[in-house]
Design a protein around this ligand. Structure first.
Ligand code: HAM
Length: 398
């Protein structure tokens, strides 16, 4: 028996880390006034097919789609943003008190080539800010939040890449196409040339990297206003002491972005742990012309887990051994109060105290405390570290 390729069980230490991170990110979202938005796992195919870009990898080859019993074309959601926009259109958010800030979390599905950090089922923390009229402040605020999230999750060795996509992206695409069309590109890039020329900028093939050195640069297609905006973003990030690099080749794999785009790259993995940007046209396209400015980002949970140090989040585990039956209620009550400092538990297996200590050790509890009538009378408890045998007596009012 085995699980489906690219799908994984999250268990043991990973499950602990997954749960701790989820709890931390949920409170991060709440503290920053994001509303939870729980979206369905399936959507009509057109939600993604018509809006992420026909030639994007996600739409052209990665969607899990099927026809249901009513002949609807359904997909397992490959991302949240288009679903959030579908929700925004369906609920006429543009007519409500704005801005709206939404947080979503859950599994996503992409039929990608599985490898370390790339799975067919993965999870995202997704943040969207809709209808904020001060776009420049929103962009800086959003990138700042993303950077705070990365910090909070103790993800090390990351660099922020930023780019501004020109309004006139079509002209840039044409010039890039003209430049690349007579070059000896790798097979994969040759294939992308007519389908999705911008994706070639992402190529990891040596020959493409060499050719791209002299390719037209996206910055040369920015208008004066956009260049000023690029400078503004740079100044703000410097003031916020967020390390970043402008990366002309950062175009993102989804078509809906229209201005600032960014990714946090984890250097050891060589992969983005978080990506996003401004996408003002998605609501307009989905709603036949209405407007709702939008900015958002999403972080990949499995990649964050690979890049963080679990020990930063773990609390010591304390096993309570109840030595006399008449002390059971006191033991249970103290477990409750000790949980402010420890992950604390009553040892439930073992017919003698020695066997219960052995059980605590097998369960990898770092500390134990044996509680009997003597401890309760003396109003103290002895906390023993199992690995060293060191004991500490502390006062405890039972
Ligand atoms: P994305 O760059 O496609 O953007 O995905 C965001 C993050 O999800 C990536 O940086 C990565 O950490 C993680 N991720 C993507 N694919 C996989 C995979 N196959 N396996 C593991 N992790 C993966 C979006 O999805 C946009 N909707 C983000 C956004 C929100 N833009 C605006 N609002």
């Amino acid at each position: 028996m085995q699980s489906v390729r690219g799908f994984q069980d999250i268990h043991k230490q990973d499950a602990i880390l997954f749960d701790i991170m989820n709890a931390k990110v949920l409170s991060f979202a709440q503290f920053n006034c994001f509303e939870s938005l729980h979206l369905p796992i399936i959507e009509f195919e057109e939600i993604f097919a018509n809006h992420l870009g026909d030639d994007s990898d996600v739409v052209s080859k990665e969607m899990y789609s099927f026809v249901d019993k009513s002949d609807n074309r359904i997909v397992l959601r490959p991302e949240f943003t288009a679903s959030v926009m579908r929700y925004a259109v369906e609920n006429s958010l543009d007519k409500q008190v704005l801005p709206k800030k939404f947080f979503s979390f859950g599994p996503l599905f992409r039929y990608d080539r599985p490898q370390k950090g790339r799975y067919r089922q993965f999870h995202q923390y997704n943040f969207e800010i809709l209808g904020a009229s001060n776009e420049s402040h929103t962009d800086v605020y959003g990138i700042f939040l993303a950077s705070e999230l990365i910090k909070k999750l103790e993800v090390q060795n990351v660099i922020l890449n930023v780019n501004i996509l020109p309004k006139n992206i079509e002209l840039y695409k044409k010039k890039l196409y003209d430049y690349l069309s007579n070059k000896n590109l790798s097979d994969i890039s040759k294939h992308r040339l007519s389908k999705n020329v911008l994706r070639i900028l992402d190529s990891k093939e040596e020959c493409d990297i060499e050719i791209l050195k002299n390719a037209p640069r996206v910055t040369d297609f920015l208008e004066e206003e956009e260049l000023k905006y690029r400078k503004f973003i740079a100044e703000q990030l410097q003031e916020l002491k967020i390390d970043f690099e402008f990366n002309d080749n950062l175009v993102r794999g989804l078509d809906y972005y229209n201005s600032v785009v960014f990714e946090f790259i984890q250097k050891d993995l060589g992969l983005a742990v978080l990506g996003g940007g401004r996408y003002n046209n998605l609501f307009t396209n989905m709603s036949n012309g209405r407007t709702l400015p939008a900015f958002g980002f999403a972080a990949g949970v499995e990649r964050l887990m690979l890049a963080t140090n679990i020990s930063a989040f773990l609390r010591p585990k304390l096993g309570i051994i109840c030595a006399d039956e008449e002390c059971l209620s006191k033991c249970l009550q103290m477990i409750n109060s000790l949980q402010e400092m420890y992950d604390c538990d009553l040892i439930l297996n073992g017919s003698s105290i020695t066997k219960q200590i052995k059980k605590a050790d097998q369960l990898k509890y770092e500390f134990i405390s044996i509680i009997g009538t003597t401890e309760i009378q003396k109003k103290e408890m002895t906390i023993k570290e199992l690995s060293t045998g060191v004991e500490k007596i502390v006062k405890y009012d039972y």
